[in-house]
Write a protein of this length. Structure first.
Length: 237
């Protein structure tokens, strides 16, 4: 009594032999019988048969034509459009003929002078890239070639914090204005020696938005000494 596997194998062998007689390729046979190519190859080898290889259509151009078009400095895409073939076909035959293609470099959107002017104006790399309409990596590449030194983002942020603090911005509004977290603004303000607290002390002095903490403390000390001397003179009289 034959098992199910033996019946399946006999039927598969029969179908493989029929496909082989029709001149089908291994890939087409595997797709028709719903098996993998490795399975089809294994049973074909066991049956002692070999499938024909796929015949590629002949070239529509000669090597002489390809070499001539390559000498004109054309790219792979331009040659493929002229000959009416795929770009990969041109690449394959050019590789066999030891021909190399150099893709055309995209035209730059800015000049060296424009980049140098932005650097002199105090732009950061991010601001320069937005101004020129290119990526940050492009600006960094030409910055190294021209040996330019742009202002860092941290220096620009410190300047913005100092300027907006004098304009009377609070900590949260300033952070939203320059697009950073409020803790970052707090650390920068601590380094700059400025505070966002607006208060009045016992002498009735209020810190101006245009002076730093150190300047306010000096003014407070001078006022306290002035009032102390005034009280001492009034007691003597």
């Amino acid at each position: 009594m034959t098992s199910r596997y033996d019946k399946y194998q006999q039927e598969l062998d029969k179908n493989i032999l029929e496909c082989h007689e029709k001149g089908m390729t291994l890939k087409a046979t595997a797709q028709k019988l719903h098996v993998s190519k490795n399975t089809g190859w294994y049973h074909a080898k066991r049956l002692g048969i070999s499938f024909r290889k796929k015949k590629y259509p002949p070239r529509d151009f000669t090597r002489k034509e390809l070499r001539f078009l390559h000498s004109l400095g054309l790219t792979k895409k331009e040659i493929a459009n002229m000959l009416g073939v795929n770009e990969k076909t041109i690449y394959t035959h050019a590789k066999r003929m030891n021909l190399t293609f150099i893709d055309r470099i995209q035209k730059r959107k800015f000049t060296d002078k424009q980049l140098e002017d932005l650097q002199k104006l105090g732009f950061t790399i991010r601001q320069a890239s937005q101004k020129l309409g290119v990526s940050i990596s492009t600006v960094e590449h030409y910055k190294k070639l021209l040996n330019l030194k742009f202002r860092s983002e941290f220096e620009y942020t410190m300047e913005q914090v100092r300027k907006l603090h004098r304009d009377g911005y609070t900590l949260k509004k300033l952070a939203d204005k320059i697009g950073v977290h409020h803790t970052t603004v707090s650390r920068i303000a601590k380094r700059l020696g400025i505070s966002f607290r607006r208060y009045t002390n016992s002498l009735g002095l209020q810190r101006s938005k245009y002076e730093t903490v150190k300047e306010y403390r000096r003014r407070y000390k001078r006022e306290w000494q002035r009032r102390k001397k005034f009280l001492e003179k009034s007691e003597e009289n």
